[in-house]
Ligand binder design. Structure first.
Ligand SMILES: [Zn+2]
Length: 277
């Protein structure tokens, strides 16, 4: 039975495709009058591309004007998302005065004060990047080449709940990953907490950590959150090494707050190409 249905669907698809091709073939360029559909301009956000206003026609051509006089190339209207460029520093609110704008993104500076590491918010105004709990992947690149043996950096992804209209965050709503330089390469590990104690934090990363050798790496946080039982399922990936698990967050999560909050014991680690898939 299942096979029959599959066959019927496939046949329908082929027919549709064939009809489409036939229509294209019959199209006479001289006789065709463009019927233009307007696509409104949209600003680029941190994670998503924007676009300038443009017009499309069924014939597959694109135009910058409503009369179809100025044909443009597909995707020439794309305005790149800020997070995929070196402008990451400008898009985040960076609290740590020791952090600077680098050639690729944010160069994390060592700050031993209250805001150790670049406490970076997605935006100052509402301090929340909305999230409905659906399966989401957030990622970025890290250039670790500045680290020497026993140096480390800790990345924290924080989540918001909402209380009386305010976005509230606490240390219990975080996922944390630590990366340390060793004699032979690097190790990454998930952390239960950050003690702001150099020796203890380094030991927590190295003990049971997973090794890798590259110093320019991808880091991704893939999560989904079930509001019915407050259970979050996640996979953190660092240079191809995976850390999976699940955890119950008692409050109803509404979004991300402090997106990337790096605590480190040496400055110079650069984060760039932030993405949301
Ligand atoms: Zn046309």
């Amino acid at each position: 039975m299942k096979k029959l249905v599959t066959f019927a669907l496939s046949a329908a698809c082929v027919c549709g495709l064939a009809l489409g091709i036939a229509a294209c073939g019959d199209d006479n360029d001289d006789a065709h009058t463009h019927k233009l559909m307007k696509v409104d301009a949209a600003s680029a956000t941190f994670f998503e591309n924007g676009n300038s206003e443009y017009y499309t026609c069924d014939c597959g051509k694109y135009f910058s004007d409503s009369e179809g006089k100025n044909e443009i190339r597909k995707d020439s209207w794309v305005i790149a998302a800020v997070g995929t460029t070196a402008d990451a520093f400008d898009a985040f609110t960076v609290y740590n005065s020791a952090s600077t704008k680098g050639s690729k993104g944010i160069v994390c500076g060592l700050d031993t004060g209250a805001n150790a590491g670049p406490a970076t918010y997605f935006g100052e105004e509402d301090k929340n990047l909305e999230w409905d709990g659906g399966k989401t992947t957030i990622g970025f690149m890290l250039d670790l080449s500045a680290l020497e043996e026993n140096d480390f950096t800790i990345w924290v992804l924080s989540f918001n709940k909402q209380e009386e209209g305010e976005y509230v965050h606490s240390g219990t709503h975080e996922l944390r990953i630590g990366i340390a330089k060793t004699e032979t390469g690097f190790v990454a590990n998930m952390l239960a907490g950050v003690g702001f104690d150099e020796t203890a934090d380094l030991a927590q990363i190295v003990d049971g950590g997973k090794a890798f050798t590259e110093d320019d790496i991808a880091v991704t946080f893939e999560m989904s959150y079930d509001k019915s039982d407050s259970n979050m399922t996640y996979t953190l990936t660092v240079a191809g090494q995976e850390f999976s698990g699940s955890t119950v967050f008692e409050a109803q999560l509404t979004g991300f707050r402090s997106l990337w909050n790096a605590y480190l014991n040496k400055d110079g680690v650069e984060a760039y190409n932030f993405t949301r898939v």
